[in-house]
Write a protein that binds this ligand. Sequence first.
Ligand SMILES: NC(=O)c1ccc[n+]([C@@H]2O[C@H](COP(=O)([O-])OP(=O)(O)OC[C@H]3O[C@@H](n4cnc5c(N)ncnc54)[C@H](O)[C@@H]3O)[C@@H](O)[C@H]2O)c1
Length: 328
Amino acid sequence: MKISGGRFLLTGGASLIGSHVAEQLLEAGAGEVVLFDNYALGSPEVAAFLAQDKRVRVVRGDITRLHELLDALDGIDGLFALAGFLTLPLSQNPGLGLDVNVHGMFNIVEACRHRAVKKVVFSSSVATFGDPEADQVDETTPFRWHTAPPALALYASSKIIGENLLRLYKQRYGLDYIALRYSTVYGERQHHRGVNALHIIESYERIKAGERPVIAGDGSEAHDYVYVGDVARANVMAMASEVSGESFLIATGVDSSVNDIVAILLKLTGSPLKPRHRDEPGKVQTTTKAALGFSPAKAKRLLGWEAAVGVEDGIRRLIAWAEGSNRP
Ligand SMILES: NC(=O)c1ccc[n+]([C@@H]2O[C@H](COP(=O)([O-])OP(=O)(O)OC[C@H]3O[C@@H](n4cnc5c(N)ncnc54)[C@H](O)[C@@H]3O)[C@@H](O)[C@H]2O)c1
C-alpha cells in the first residue's frame, strides 16, 4: 500500500510506539493520520505535538465500543492496531486488559471488514513464545507457556487471539494483515508500563536523583532491546509491503543483560555510582534467561527490515529526551 497520500488510523495513538509510527507516517507523506485512543493508559500530551500537523485528527475513542471504531474508520486505508494492555497493566487489571486485547481486537477486525479497510498492522509480542526451549527463536519456534509466569501467559494468549482473529478475517473476508512480534521496546516518550523496559527508566531516574541503581537478582537476565524508532519503521514498512498474512519477529537479535544496561546508563550519565543487587520476591517477570536468541531474519528477508539503532545509541536518545533536549 502506498503510504504517501494514504489515510491511516492508529488505535492507541497516544502510545509510546504509536506516537513514533504517526511521526514516521507524516514524514512519509501520509494524507491523514487518525490517533484513536481513550487514554486509559496513554495521555493526550504524548500526541499533542503530532496534533499540530493539520493532517492529524485526534479521536477520543474506545476499541471495546464497535460503533466508535466504525465512525472513525470511514475512508481509512490502513489501520495500525496498537491499543492494548501490556503484561504489567494486564496483570494489575486482567478483566479490563483482556477485554481490550481480545474483545477490542475482535471489534477492530469487524470494523475493518465493514469499512473495507485494506490492511491491518498488529502490534503483537515475543511474549507469544512464552518460555521457549530453543536457543534460537524464530517464527517457527513452538510456543511454551506452561513454564511461563501467569501474567506473561495471559498477555501472550491475548496476542495470539489477536493474530488468529486476523488470520480468520483474512481467510474469510480477504482482510490483509501483518503481525509484528516486538521484543522489549524503549526510547523517547518511554513510559513505566513495560515490564522489561521499566528498569531502564527507573535506573535512570535513580541515577539522576543521586541514588544507586537497583538490579533485581544477579542482573544476568537478558532482553533484546529494540529502539522504538526501528519498531515504528517496521510498522510503516509492513503497511507499505505487499506481504500479507504473516507474523514477524521484530527484534535486534542481540541480547543485553540488565547489568549491561545499567553500565551503559552509568557511563552515559557520567555517574560514579555503583549498582546495588537485590532480590525482589513477587516481582512480575517475563524471563530470567541470560540468552534469548531472537532471530529477525524473516523480517529482513520479506520486509527488508532490520534494526538500525544499537542499544547504547538508543539509550543515549532516551536520556536526551528525558533531559528535555529533544522533547517531545
Ligand atoms: N512496549 C513494548 O515493549 C511492547 C512490546 C511488545 C508488544 N507491544 C505492544 O505494542 C502496543 C503498543 O505498546 P506501547 O508500549 O506503545 O503501549 P502503551 O501502553 O504506551 O499504549 C497503549 C495505548 O492504548 C491505549 N488504550 C488502552 N485501552 C484502549 C481502548 N480500550 N481503546 C483505545 N485505546 C486504548 C492506551 O491509552 C495507550 O495510549 C501494545 O499493543 C503492546 O502490547 C509493546
